[in-house]
Design a protein around this ligand. Structure first.
Ligand SMILES: Cc1cc2nc3c(=O)[nH]c(=O)nc-3n(C[C@H](O)[C@H](O)[C@H](O)COP(=O)(O)OP(=O)(O)OC[C@H]3O[C@@H](n4cnc5c(N)ncnc54)[C@H](O)[C@@H]3O)c2cc1C
Length: 282
């Protein structure tokens, strides 16, 4: 039966891997959630064959080439990866995607968590408004949003509960919510089951705190992954410590360069092809 790889990340590492997988007749889907580091580069002068190119132009050329090769692009934030009997299940937005192997190309993980956040996940802290919102119907919740892309989630919540809206980074807040000022300092569990949110201006208790960001900490995505500081540890064939999960590009650490990401993506794809071949012999 045909094999399918879910590549998380549409930057140079992900597209390079996808192209090599397609050349081996392996199905590849690229799941991506937001901007790539590549798209932010105004001008790239050190990538062979593409002089004086902007990151956006490069990205668009990569995408056309991938789509021509049969790579499927999907938009969505990967929230959780779970091993199944056959392969992997990835929760992306509100959908579940299945794959025989997963390649993580999520770029630099510059995610600074709020003090107390990690310990409260699933116990009054949620990353998914549509998954958990209904549990707090009629209650009082906080939304901590990183950018305006979460207006729809805030609108959904404000239709079923009372919402206090905090800006994790500066952006235009949505309508119909109470916007709270102040820098968030910490989150803590209260004895009555609520979460106490403290800012440098005061504190408030909530039934749930929804933290909405266009990225997910690697420790949340796949808790059993071995990390080195905030980078994924791999061997020279881009295998992680979790069988069937591979990683390439900036997510594996410095130096942060396009050519390196492309090279690692290629190595990862070849490694995935050998992994499937070995599995078939079992
Ligand atoms: C301003 C700037 C200028 C630069 N200039 C140069 C240069 O001139 N030369 C050079 O070699 N390098 C340059 N770089 C570095 C280069 O852009 C990166 O090394 C390269 O883009 C890394 O590729 P990547 O595929 O690892 O990750 P990225 O390009 O960062 O792509 C990461 C992908 O992961 C996705 N993602 C992350 N988390 C999730 C999730 N949970 N679910 C779904 N998708 C997710 C993102 O949406 C994105 O598609 C520059 C970087 C910046 C920021």
């Amino acid at each position: 039966m045909g094999k399918h790889v879910l590549i998380i990340g549409a930057g140079p590492a992900g597209v390079s891997a996808a192209l090599t997988l397609r050349m081996r007749n392996i199905d590849a889907t690229i799941l991506h959630s937001g901007k790539t580091a590549l798209g932010k580069a105004h001008r790239v002068d050190n990538y062979p064959g593409m002089p004086r190119v902007s990151g956006e132009e490069m990205e668009s050329a990569f995408r056309s080439q991938c789509e021509e090769a049969g790579v499927v692009y999907r938009t969505g934030l990967a929230r959780m990866i779970q091993k199944t009997r056959r392969g992997f299940m990835v929760l992306a937005g509100e959908e579940i995607l299945n794959a025989d192997a997963v390649l993580l190309c999520t770029g630099i993980g510059r995610l600074s968590l709020i003090n107390g956040e990690e310990a409260l996940v699933g116990r009054g802290v949620s990353y998914c408004a549509t998954c958990d919102g209904m549990l707090y119907r009629g209650g009082k919740v906080a939304v901590i949003a990183q950018d305006a892309s979460f207006h729809e989630d805030a609108a959904f919540l404000s239709g079923i509960c009372s919402v206090d809206y905090y800006l994790e980074r500066k952006h235009e807040p949505p309508q119909n919510v109470t916007v709270c000022e102040g820098k968030i300092v910490k989150l803590a569990a209260q004895e009555d089951g609520k979460v106490l949110l403290s800012t440098d201006r005061g504190e408030n208790a909530y039934d749930c705190v929804f933290i909405l960001r266009p990225a997910v900490a690697l420790s949340q995505l796949l808790p059993s992954l071995e990390l080195n500081d905030n980078a994924i540890r791999t061997d020279e064939r881009m295998r992680t410590n979790v069988e069937g999960v591979f990683a390439a590009g900036d997510v594996t650490g410095a130096p942060y360069q396009i050519a390196r990401a492309v090279g690692q993506g290629n190595t990862a794809a070849l490694s995935i092809a050998s992994y499937f071949a070995d599995k078939e012999k079992e």
